[in-house]
Design a protein around this ligand. Structure first.
Ligand SMILES: Nc1nc2c(ncn2[C@@H]2O[C@H](COP(=O)(O)OP(=O)(O)OP(=O)(O)O)[C@@H](O)[C@H]2O)c(=O)[nH]1
Ligand SMILES: [Mg+2]
Length: 509
C-alpha cells in the first residue's frame, strides 16, 4: 500500500501549485524506494513549503546504518578539531602566558635626569619598547635578515670553563637568542679544543645553540705585557696587589684579560664585520625572558652602551686611573664630548674632585663596537696602556672602570647609555632582578632593590670613601637623590645602617 507523507500532501493541497515548467516530486517513487540524489524534482511552491518539505523528506532519507556512520564521522571530525586545538595550545601556551603589553606604567625603564637641553631628542626608547616587545616574535625571513644589526654575542673564555659557558649559553638562548639567532663568537689565547667546540655525544658549545658559533685565537701581542713594560716593576705590582688581597691582583692572566677587554676585543679581525656586541661570561645567569632585540634597540635609539649593574669597584686596583684620565683630558680636550656628564662619577664636594669609583659592571655589556673603535676611545686606551702609564701591569686597571670613564667622557650624555633594568642577571655575588611591578611574569628570580650590589665588590679593608649615594642613584640623578626632610645619613650610619635610607623616591612609583 502506498504511503503518502501527510504533511507534504497537506502542504501541497494548501497552496502549492505543481506544473508550469517545473518538475514534480514523484510521491510514488518516494514511498516505494529510498529517495536518492537526483530523485528530487523541483516544486513550484513558496520557500516555507519547500523548507518543510525538504526537512520532512530528509528525516526519512538515511537508514539507521547511514545515520550512525554520519554521527560517527562528525564525532571524529569534532575530536580531531579538539585534539588539534589542544596541541596548538600546549605548544604556544608558554609563550602566550607572557605575551607582552607595555603600558606607560609598566615599562621596564628607569632613565636618568638629562641636562635641560637634552630632554628632547628625536629618539623615543619607551615608544620603541612598546612597539617592539613581543615574545611570540621569531625573527625569520629575508627582510629581517637584511635589516638586522650586524651583531654578535662574544665571550672570552677558557677551555676549562666549558661547563660554565654552557650554563650561560643555555639561559641566554632560552630567554632570548633562540628567537633571534645571533652568532656566538668565542675568544681565547689558547686554541679551543674539540671538546669545547663539538663533541657529538656530549654537551659542547656548538650544540647549545642553533645560531652560528665561531672560535678565535687572540693575537699573541694582545695577550702579553707590551715591550715597554718593566718586568721587575710589573712583578712587584703582582705581589703587592696580591698581598693586599685585591681580587686576582696577583694573576698575570687577569692583567692580560683586563687589558684585552679594555682595548683589544674590538680590534679583533673576526669582529671587523660587526657593529654591536653582547659580552657574556661563563657561569653567569639570565633570569628573564627578553621580548625584544637589544641590539636593534641600541641601534634604532642611537645608544652606545647598555649595562644592568652600576656599582662600586675596589679602588686599590686602579690607584692612578683618575689622575691619568685627567692628564689625557688635558692633552686631548678635543676628544671629550661636549655633552659629557661626569657629575655622577666625580665627587666635587665630598671627595675633592676625585673619581668616586662607580663603574658599569662590564661582565654584562651590550655596546656599539664603532664607539670603541673610534678615535677617542682608542687614544684613551693607548694612553693608559702606553709607556708613561702602563696601568694594566703596574696597577690592575680593570676594563669596567676604563669602559665606564670612556663612555662617560667620549660617547655623549647619559642618553647614550642605557640601563637594561629588565634583564635579570647574576655574576657571582652581584645579582640584579627586576621589581615585580615591571617584570610582567617574565623573570624567575627574587627582586632586588635599586641600591643592591652597590658596594658588594669592595672589601671591608679597602680604605676608599664610598659616595653618599649608590652609583645607580647617582647615574639616575634628579629626584632619585632627594632625601626626606630631617634625614641624616650620619645618624643612620651611627645606628649601624649604610646611610642609604630616607630616599623620597623609592624604586617604583
Ligand atoms: N681565555 C681566557 N679567558 C680568561 C682568562 N682569564 C679570564 N678569562 C675570562 O675573562 C672573563 C673574566 O674573568 P674572570 O676571572 O671571571 O674575572 P672577574 O669576572 O673579574 O672575576 P670573578 O668575579 O672571579 O668572576 C671570563 O669570561 C673568563 O672566562 C684567561 O687567562 N684566558
Ligand atoms: Mg667573571
Amino acid at each position: 500500500m502506498e504511503k503518502h507523507n501527510p504533511t507534504i500532501a497537506s502542504k501541497l493541497s494548501a497552496g502549492a501549485h505543481p506544473g508550469q515548467g517545473m518538475e514534480l516530486f514523484d510521491f510514488k517513487a518516494a514511498s516505494s524506494e529510498p529517495p536518492r540524489k537526483g530523485k528530487w524534482r523541483q516544486l513550484e511552491c513558496n520557500q516555507s513549503i519547500r523548507a518543510t518539505f525538504t526537512d520532512q523528506a530528509r528525516l526519512r532519507l538515511p537508514s539507521k546504518y547511514t545515520r550512525c556512520i554520519s554521527v560517527l564521522r562528525w564525532t571524529l571530525i569534532a575530536l580531531c578539531l579538539l585534539l588539534s586545538a589542544y596541541l596548538l595550545y600546549t605548544i604556544t601556551a608558554p609563550l602566550k602566558i607572557i605575551s607582552v603589553h607595555h603600558d606607560a606604567a609598566t615599562l621596564p625603564v628607569l632613565r636618568p635626569a638629562l641636562a635641560a637641553n637634552k630632554q628632547k631628542t628625536k629618539h623615543d626608547p619607551e615608544k620603541w619598547l612598546r612597539d617592539h616587545s613581543d615574545l611570540n616574535h621569531y625573527e625569520t625571513g629575508e627582510e629581517w635578515f637584511n635589516d638586522r644589526p650586524k651583531a654578535a654575542i662574544i665571550s672570552l673564555v677558557r677551555n676549562e670553563e666549558l661547563e660554565g659557558i654552557l650554563q650561560s649559553m643555555r639561559q641566554l638562548e632560552w630567554h632570548w637568542n633562540r628567537r633571534y639567532n645571533y652568532p656566538w663568537m668565542f675568544f681565547s689565547e689558547q686554541t679551543f679544543t674539540k671538546e669545547f667546540k663539538l663533541k657529538p655525544t656530549q654537551a659542547a658549545t656548538t650544540n647549545a645553540t642553533n645560531a652560528q658559533t665561531s672560535y678565535h685565537l687572540i693575537p699573541k701581542n694582545h695577550w702579553k705585557p707590551p715591550p715597554h713594560i718593566d718586568v721587575s716593576r710589573f712583578h712587584a705590582s703582582l705581589s703587592y696587589l696580591g698581598t693586599l688581597g685585591v681580587g686576582k691582583g696577583y694573576l698575570l692572566s687577569y692583567r692580560n684579560m683586563c687589558r684585552w677587554n679594555s682595548g683589544f676585543f674590538y680590534q679583533h679581525p673576526a669582529l671587523a664585520p660587526y657593529d654591536y656586541y653582547w659580552r657574556v661570561e661563563p657561569d653567569v645567569h639570565f633570569f628573564c625572558a627578553i621580548p625584544y632585540d637589544p641590539f636593534r634597540f641600541l641601534r634604532d635609539n642611537n645608544i652606545a652602551y647598555g649595562f644592568n649593574m652600576n656599582i662600586l669597584d675596589d679602588a686599590r686596583s686602579f690607584a692612578s686611573l683618575w689622575k691619568r684620565t685627567r692628564e689625557f683630558m688635558a692633552q686631548r680636550p678635543d676628544l671629550v664630548h661636549p655633552d659629557a656628564d661626569l657629575s655622577w662619577l666625580v665627587d666635587e664636594t665630598g671627595n675633592g674632585g676625585e673619581y668616586n669609583n662607580c663603574q658599569f659592571f662590564s661582565n654584562f655589556e651590550i655596546g656599539d663596537l664603532n664607539f670603541f673603535r673610534g678615535e677617542a676611545n682608542s687614544a684613551y686606551f693607548a694612553y693608559l696602556d702606553g709607556a708613561d702609564v702602563g696601568g694594566f701591569y703596574y696597577e690592575r686597571f680593570g676594563d669596567a672602570p676604563v669602559h665606564t670613564l670612556s663612555v662617560a667622557l667620549f660617547a655623549g650624555g647619559k642618553d647614550k647609555m642605557w640601563y637594561f633594568r629588565d634583564i635579570g642577571y647574576q655574576h657571582d655575588i652581584a645579582r640584579h632582578c627586576p621589581r615585580p611591578e615591571v617584570r610582567r611574569g617574565m623573570c624567575d628570580c627574587e627582586a632586588t632593590g635599586l641600591d643592591e650590589n652597590f658596594y658588594k665588590l669592595v672589601p671591608m679593608e679597602s680604605p676608599q670613601r664610598k659616595p653618599g649615594d649608590s652609583c645607580l642613584r647617582l647615574w639616575l640623578g634628579g629626584s632619585w637623590l632627594e632625601r626626606r626632610e630631617g634625614y641624616d645619613a650620619e645618624v643612620e650610619r651611627a645606628l649601624g645602617g649604610d646611610g642609604l635610607g630616607g630616599y623620597v623616591r623609592r624604586e617604583f612609583e
